[in-house]
Every structure is written in C-alpha cells, then in structure tokens.
Design a protein around this ligand. Sequence first.
Ligand code: WTA
Length: 649
Amino acid sequence: MQERIEALLKEERVFYPSEEFKRQAHIKSEEEYERLYRESLEDPEGFWGRVASELHWFEPPKKVLEGDLPHPKWFVGGRLNLSYNALDRHVQTWRRNKAALIWEGEPGEERVLTYYDLWREVQRFANVLKRLGVRKGDRVTIYLPMIPEAVIAMLATVRIGAVHSVVFGGFSASALAERIKDAEAKVLITADGGYRRGGIVPLKQNADEALQDAPSVQHVVVVRRTGEEVPMLPGRDHWWHELMEAASDRCEAEPMEAEEPLFILYTSGSTGKPKGVLHTTGGYGVYTYYTTKLIFDLKDEDVYWCTADVGWITGHSYIVYGPLMNGATVVMYEGAPNWPEPDRFWRIVDKYGVTILYTAPTAIRSFMKWGEQWPLKHRLDSLRLLGSVGEPINPEAWLWYYRVIGKGRCPIVDTWWQTETGGIMITTLPGVHPMKPGHAGKPFFGVKPEILDAEGKPVQNPEEGGHLVIERPWPSMLRTVWGDPDRFIKQYFSQHPGKYFTGDGAKRDADGYYMILGRVDDVLNVAGHRLGTMELESALVAHPAVAEAAVVGRPDPIKGEAIVAFVTLKEGFAPSDALKDELKAHVAKLIGPIARPDEVRFTDALPKTRSGKIMRRLLRQIAAGEQEIKGDTSTLEDQRVVEKLKEGA
Ligand code: WTA
C-alpha cells in the first residue's frame, strides 16, 4: 500500500473543468455542492424526498427514512415500479420515439430501439414470463451476451415484480449452477451463443451443463443470436422469438413496495462462495436515477455509453436503470474493444456521436499499450465527459485518458463504489470539482465516509490511510445477503459495529478528497473483476493433484492485479509445466476465464504461522518478486519455507 501511495503522490497536478462545461452543468459550483451536501446529511428525509418526487410513484412514500444501519428502510409506504419509471414515464412524453438503446453487435450489425419499441418489447416479454409461471417474488436468472434482450429481460422481470439475477456470460457452467441454486430460480434466460473476439461463447451449452445440477429451473428461454445448432429440450426449452410472437404487448407494471426486492447480484467476498447481494426497489431506483443525472451531467441531447457488461453492477446501475430512468440514449456494444482492431471503441464513439463515455482503468491501460495511433485515427470530438470505474486509476492512465481521449476538454469522473453500494459513492462532480488524478474525490450527497484505524477510531491523520467505512444509511445500499442474513451482518457490520465496512482502504487529503487504496481483505481486483482468494483456492484444491493452495495478487501493469497461486501437491503427483497449465484450465473451467491464474508456483510447503494461518503477506511479496521480505516473520513456523519459495520462482 505504501508504494502505491508514494507513486500517486508524485502526481500533484490539479485539473479544472472548463467554464463552458460549468455553465451548462446541472450543479455548477462548489458552494452549491457544499450546501446540498450539508442538507443531505442534516435533513436526509427532506433531501431524498425531493429527489424521489422526480420519479413516478403509484403511491407516494409516507416516510422517507426509517431506522438506521444496518437495517434502514427507505421510502416506506411508497409503491413504484422501475420498469414503469424507465419506460412508461417517457413514452407518455416527446421521448416516445427517442432512441433508448443503440446496440452494435461484435460482427457489426446495428439495432436501434426507441423508448416506444423497448416499452412494447418489455411488456411482451413480461407476458411471456407470466405464461411460464413466473409470479411476483420469483427469481429469474439471466445468462445472456450484451444484446438488447438482456435489458428487455431485466425490465420485464421487474415489471411483474419478479427478481432477476444476472450472471455474467463469462462465468462457467458450474459458477452459473451455483448461482441458480442459491437463488432457486424458476426460469433461465440464455442464448445459443454470443460473440467475443471473433469467437462464439457457448452459452446454451454451459446452461445445459449447469441445469443438470440446478433442479429449480422449470423453463429455459433461448435467444437466437448466433444461429448455431443447439439442442432444445422439449417442454423445458423455448425459443425467445417464438414465445414473443404469441405474446401481447400490453402488461401493466406491478406496483412494488419500496422495500420489496428488485434484484440479486452475486459478488465475491473474502470468504466462501459468492454472496447474493440484494437490492430493493425504491432506494436503488432513486439513488441510481439521481447519481446518473448529476455525476454524468446527463441531458436529453446526450449519447451515453457505459462499456461495462450488464452482468456486473456497473451494467445494472449505469447501463440499464440509471440512464433509462433519466430517458437517456444508451449505446450498448456486444464485443471486445480490440475486435477486429484496437480502435473499435473509437469507431463506435464517432459513429454514434457518443458524448459521455464510462469505462474501466484496465481498458484504458490496454489502449495505452496498443498505442495512441488508434484513437488518433478518429475525431472523438463529440465527447464531453469521461468516467472511470472498477479499480483505482493510476495517474499515468488518468492523464492519458484525459489527453488522448478527452483532448484536455472533457472532465473525468473517477467513480468509487461497489456492488453492495448500488450506486456511485465517491467522485468529483464534473462541473464543480477540480480533478486530482488518482483521487476519486468527494462523497456524493447523503454519503458519509470515514477513515478508521483497526480499532475503529477515526485515524488521527487521514493522509496516512485506514479502513473506509460509511457511517450513515444511503438509499441504494444492499439490504441483505440473499438467504444468509447472518453473513450480511458479519461481513459488513461487525468489523466496525454500526458502520458499513467497505473492505477498501482509503486516505483523505486536506481538501477532503478521498484516494482509494484498494482492498484490505482477501479480495482481488483483476481487470476490474472482483474475485475472492478463497473461491480460487477452493477451485484449486478441488483438483485431484492439489493438497493445499494459497492465492495472492501481484501488481500487474494492465490488469491492476494478476492471480498467483502457490500450490502444494499430493503424494504421487510431480510438478510439471503441463500440470501448471492443467490447473489454470481447471480454475477457468470451474469459475470462468476471468479467474484463470496468471501463474502457478509449486512449493513443498506454504508459509504458516504457528497457529496454522497462511501468511499471505509474505506470499504477496514473493509473488511480486521482492528480494527482501519486509515486516515481521517471527511468527513463521518454519523460517526456511520463505527461502525455498523464493528459489522456486
Ligand atoms: C474497487 C464495481 C478505486 C474497490 C463498481 C471496490 C475502485 C471494488 C473504484 C468494487 C474506483 C471500484 N477507484 N477502486 N473508482 N471503483 N473500485 O463490486 O476496491 O465489482 O471495493 O463494483 O472495486 O467492485 P464491484
């Protein structure tokens, strides 16, 4: 952590939004921000009540906030539906024929759905779901590529009051099975395949494999995307287009209690299997609506593109719910950034006149590696605002993004948040705050962060860093871990009782800007994807050759972190390169390609304390190739282990 701080501190320049940007921004001055921020903490009910009134409610809330962390209730007594807010509300206005989704497939096809088109499609699919027996509160698992049907399926599910669980298309059959089982989903929506870097991801094949082990699913709806032959099980499997043909395009939105479930999204934690993070309707709706509007300074004229996958929280909040509730035109792209060539993103920006681009540091670092010549081939003059999310952005990447993509004209919002927070928590506001590369910035309205030491006291000097916690309830916080309320408390509210512990380290400077230092728990952030070390280790020990495994992150110039696995073998198995490859493939098979270890190292023993705990701190240093092992090693049970590990590199 210390090294990262040192590297970041070297960059001291501050960048200011232009007068032109400020003039047109929703929020224009620091005074305005300060006033609203103060109000949001002093009178959260007044503040959020006012924001909520910008949305449509079948029944307005009677009480804006009831209770406190860890179990606050927001917008009590209110009834709303987010599909109604994302669609019906706009269809009743001039936005009826405005483009809602501009979609581009990886092979190059284009589809535009207006708000009216999307509204009709969503209602038809809502009727399809009803016909398949889906009722309010039932779970629907969505395992699709980045195609409009993913958005349609999500909005149709919530339209009838059911709960979606979107599983990223890059997850394997067994990861999918685990998530279906945990949610006890009744219906699975998938596709014959999806395009990725010129190849086809065999989604239906994975789904079939997953369903052998996930008996709750009664029906599977299959979108025809690639046209590949796929087996269809009579009675269970149905083609999307056939069901849609027969469905009516009118289906009333179900009025939902504000605290009724909206969706489950699985994410990795420091222990055990992935957690089903549960978000509810009212708070999530209000917060994603409002953060999208202010942080992306969204206007009706904008063409907004978030490059995340809908399988992650960024896709949920800032491709689907936030932008559509704002009536925005949303660009959606199916494939890889470097297909067929490394300028695909820049082609898309110019082709559709994208004005707001929201992407991840890992992508930016790849673009840097591929070279400036690719973006320089394109005008990029439609862009007016850039965003970053998913991991700390190093100042070098920040500056490249600012200069080469934004041409020094576009403010950058470096947005810190998590699956659990539902929406963006810390960022600069684009027309307000000076930008400091490497610093996410200030808390958004209603967010009260603090930096605590290990004992739970606010750190004396916030510049030194500590645990990042959130001290007050905010509308879009997770409400529980699906099916495991104890884990919710244990994971988020036990380390610092009464406060939400983020799992991140952070420091704060004299201007009140937060710098995120990365995870302080056993969670890796690999190319912006969250992976638990325990999950990776369990996958490794499930292989017959593996006795013990310890997984750590190693700093990586492109991915942020790379996965390094230290493995001891069972009797009768000999280390070999072939076995290394086999173990990497094994983990990719069990979890998904994003979890494939970058390096496997065999060792006779793992460094442990006398009480048997693996000393990950040492492994991290060894993985990073450090010659001098720093810090206390006196608790190490066998001092020779470290020397041997270093030799084994
Ligand atoms: C990290 C993604 C630094 C952080 C929205 C967090 C960031 C984890 C930033 C959540 C940022 C996300 N700067 N770090 N701007 N944004 N992170 O749940 O470690 O996939 O805890 O949500 O990503 O990842 P998740």
